[in-house]
Design a binder for this molecule. Sequence first.
Ligand code: SF4
Ligand code: SF4
Length: 166
Amino acid sequence: MTIDIEKYYQLALLALQKQKEHRKFLADLKKKAPKDLDKIVKELHQEVFQEIDCTECANCCKDLGPDLTETDIAKISKLFRMKLSTFETTYLRVDEDGDKVFKSMPCPFLGGDNLCSIYDVRPKACAAFPHTDRKKFTQINHLTLKNTLICPAAYEFVERLRKRIG
Ligand code: SF4
Ligand code: SF4
């Protein structure tokens, strides 16, 4: 089975409608998680990402963008053989939380084919998004809830988790 990205173009609306249910489900899960939650989360993450083609979406690269760590910046600058300061001036700004982020979105490294042109050195936050494969998953409920509004995979993951755990 393949997840049809087209149907998720109305995702934001759908996810918004389900925010209350999702919030309650995740909060209840945090209070009383099954012992094998980490295992279930890992299985469902793999299942969802086997069925989804991120190149048909790229919402995270178009709208969200990562916070870049100093290591991320050093790696990407090295790839372009740019001085750190030049790279930062060209591509980055400091946001209201003091984090270094891309000056503009969509991400300057997103190709027209929705592929990341710096995939091997992409920021850690990009590689980890939408954080549905981590242990102690309920520690980031607030983030997961937010991500369901933009990421079809995160939305589908929470829906499947609800079905699995009930
Ligand atoms: S991680 Fe989520 S938002 Fe990003 S491209 Fe994949 S499905 Fe879309
Ligand atoms: S660096 Fe790559 S993965 Fe990260 S937002 Fe840009 S295009 Fe997407």
